[in-house]
Design a protein around this ligand. Structure first.
Ligand code: PAF
Length: 279
């Protein structure tokens, strides 16, 4: 595995693969790699032969009171895991390399970017789309893999490549969970053992909504109430939202149908967690 830290070196390293018409598949990450990220690399290997991963903790997508400075950066572990997983090129730029002081242009995420996660984290999705657009321009992959765990991010990246005519296939890979159902996240490492136990309420709430739907309940308000009633008794879990939405537009229907998503976000201690499931 080659590790590149400058844009020029990254572009030079990818050139031979592009010239020999290999299918280039890109896995963008912020590092602190876990089995969820490694499943994205596994998926990437089924999509193409030259696998590029980026590790960049993107300051643009963190709000002023968020965890940018304490976000985990286990550089050596990440490099080892990426290499073992079969990454060919690892792009690990510095903030200065990615953002010149002359920078004035950014991508705006529109209406979808200001709802749900975007409402709770103003500017977050503009930051995500700006860095993803830059990374796409640097790597110029044929396909890119995103995790379903960040469902709204995946929907926005898909909308960006559609609206800005980027010739990149966006592949959404399923959520990886611990055996007890907790969705894998780099932020899970902030949780104390008690908080981790409390965090399982998110998964339980999603399953409760799914069960209710399987029993025949289709009224969205009733489904959401069923989920909220699972989280409410957990004193350590501060629910931000739980909603049944259309998986593409993120709008709330009044009557749920198969293929809709249940999205949930909550704070456990100071850690913000998100999860989702398809009905
Ligand atoms: O999902 C992430 O890890 C980040 O939001 C991404 C896509 C790498 C952009 O910084």
């Amino acid at each position: 595995m080659k590790i590149l830290t400058t844009i020029a070196d990254m572009r030079a390293a990818i050139k031979p693969a592009r010239e020999s018409r290999e299918r280039i598949v890109f896995v963008p990450t912020m590092g602190a790699l876990h089995a969820g990220h490694l499943s994205l690399v596994e998926r990437a290997k089924t999509e193409g032969s030259c696998i590029v991963m980026s590790i960049f903790v993107n300051p643009l997508q963190f709000g002023p009171s968020e965890d940018l400075s304490r976000y985990p950066r286990p550089v050596e572990d990440d490099e080892r895991l990426a290499e073992e997983a079969g990454v060919d090129l690892l792009f690990r730029p510095s903030v200065e390399e990615m953002y010149s002081s002359a920078r004035t242009i950014s991508v705006t995420s529109g209406k979808l970017g200001s709802e749900w996660e975007g409402k709770s984290r103003p500017g977050h999705f503009d930051g995500v789309l700006t860095v993803v657009a830059k990374l796409f321009n640097i790597v110029q992959p044929d396909a890119a893999i995103f995790g379903q765990k960040d469902l709204q991010q995946a929907a926005l990246v898909s909308a960006m490549v559609r609206d800005l005519d980027m010739p990149i296939d966006i592949v959404i890979a399923p959520i990886v969970r611990e055996v007890d159902g907790l969705a894998l996240s780099s932020r899970n490492r902030y949780l104390s053992p008690e908080q981790r136990k409390a965090a399982l309420a998110l998964n339980r709430a999603l399953n409760r909504v799914r069960e209710k739907f399987a029993e025949g309940e289709t009224r969205v308000a009733a489904l959401e109430n069923a989920g909220v009633s699972v989280v409410a008794p957990e004193p350590q879990v501060g629910l931000d939202y739980l909603a049944v939405i259309d998986s593409k537009t993120f709008e709330r229907p009044t009557v749920a149908q198969k293929g809709n998503s249940i999205i949930i976000a909550a704070r456990v201690g100071t850690t913000r967690l998100i999860d989702n499931m398809t009905l």
